[in-house]
Design a protein. Sequence first.
Length: 139
Amino acid sequence: KLMCRSKISLDFCQSTDGRPTMHLRSFEVPACGALLMEDSNTLLDRLLDPPALANLKSPGPPADFIIFHNSWELLEWVRYYLSHEEERAAVAKAGHEKVTRVFNALNMWGQVFERMGFDIGWLAKDKDYLRHKSAMEGI
């Protein structure tokens, strides 16, 4: 319930050995409709679209989540998005739409059954799922 009421949620993926990691929270936050801010040591940018440019006013469609590289940058992003509600909502919406469309239970379980050798031709997958399939298999 708390995540669903949040405007912004954070995820810290720094592993103890410095290797990139990823948590389920990376999918839970957007699924709940909040803007996800994640540290730069993540595998998530293979599956969701990060900002195109590392500045506050990047052109183009909104990213699916926001990456931060240090505590000062995180603070800058939080202040920015709390004072720019429309932009925060656009990023949160883009993340929510991607996660619920591409990384839903049907697609994810479909991939499990496909790896087990079952014919899942009946499973309708959209182009975003197919584009991310090889990235998911590599994680």
